[in-house]
Design a protein around this ligand. Sequence first.
Ligand code: GLA
Length: 382
Amino acid sequence: MSQEQEVAARFKEVFGRPATVIARAPGRVEFIGNHTDYNGGAVLGAGIDRHVWVAVSRGEPGQFAFCSDQQTTVRTLAAGTSTRQTGALSWLNYPLGVWLALGQFGLSQPADFNLLVHSDLPSGAGLSSSAALELAAGLAFLQLAGAPAITAQRLAELGRHAENNFVGVPCGVLDQGTIAFARRDHLVHIDCMGPKFSTTPMPPGLRLWVFNSLTKHALIDGMYAQRHAECQQAAKALGVELLASLTPAELAARAGGLPPLIAKRARHVVEEHARVGQVVAALAANDMTRVGALLTASHRSSQHLFENSTPQLDFLVDRLVESPGILGARLTGGGFGGAVLALARPEFDAAGAQAVGAAYLAKFGRAPEIIPLQVADGAQLV
Ligand code: GLA
């Protein structure tokens, strides 16, 4: 049975009627561009072949009903609920936030619905399961309401609006933008100043691997918001609206007056934005050794300047970069736990990956989750 058929069967079993619409959105990796997005910088991301599915039908009048693989009890809310949910109901904030955002964007909303979520994308790994859920829910709701299709950019904005304003995470456009624009065997390039979105082919013959450390900082959302605030503090002190409008040389000339910690945060963002440009150039020149070195340099900057890495992520990067066939490795996403992305030549295979996993197990008493990735298409109706 395909995943779609499984979702349809499960929907019927839970809600006693067939799903009207099924949508699917991939997870994403941040190829490079760490905490550059909300600073007006550039990022490269890719959709991955792990997905979140959202199936919906109209529901009981006046009611929203939700169910997922993890939360198998059906939860109901009064239609139009606009209060943020907490505890075991927190995951409802993603579809609920998107439903509210549809109204705020002047788009059609279904008056009531039944909604089922199915996923083979690990959550808490920095692979954007929340953004995938938002975008799949957005597509499903629009179709259920009989609304015309919206552009990928509008879909990304809708999901980000829900995340910023309802879920309450001050994220940039990387996750939703990558998932909306993702294309098989392509990287998504986002110039977040515009924002402007484009895709560029993934060089053939390279592989992406994810090593999920299976750890995350208990205060992960707070740490993200703190870094966001530190970047704003740096921009204000430097007299710019967005940090990425400065070149590394301009920052070096002006950073003297900043508190040392704030200067480190700013240096990470400004140099990381420049590194994304260098990766784009190295990809165009087919210089994969350089691309890999830039990825690893990005991790070192996270580790020492932005301080959003962890001993587990650093260990994985250290082991990976000394493994034959690995071109570069870095933490992917917000940091403070989650996963490492490795760029590899084909000679890095399952045996090489297992050797890294075994070293991690010996050190931390727990094996990492190892995922070889295919680069996949973006959010779509199925
Ligand atoms: C998370 C956020 C993104 C981005 C990355 C770090 O994934 O949701 O907007 O800031 O962290 O680059």
